[in-house]
Unconditional design. Sequence first.
Length: 154
Amino acid sequence: MELYLIRHAHALEAAFDEIRPLSPRGRKQIRALARWLRGTDAFAPREYWHSHLLRAADTAALLAARLRSRAPRRTVKGLAPWDDPALIADRLGRHRQSLALVGHEPHLSALASLLVTGRTHPPVFICKKCSVLALERIESRWLVRWQVSADLLG
């Protein structure tokens, strides 16, 4: 199983955190990331899970649209910045298809650290905005395949 941990793209500031929309910079980040991913065979989720926060839902929708992906997108509990990463890690143990999770910091770095090292702290990954960390589960172990950030792609 392949797992793609994606941090949402840059968002505008807003008084109410749950409805912060993507900024023009964030949309540019998604275009750069999608352009790079289209040029590889390295990204093939069968489903997108995202948090209920607008910036994560919009990142998932725009990325899937740019990639012409027909994979379904679902709002999933347990992907908010303050959620316990163990909840999603437990769900992943029962999941078999390639999956993209679109979420937030510090949750994604803690989740990646938990999957790879068995501990959330100290985090051993940094998930920048509009980045992808690709992991692969082989038997019961999670291995890092690659990581890329939109800021590196132009």
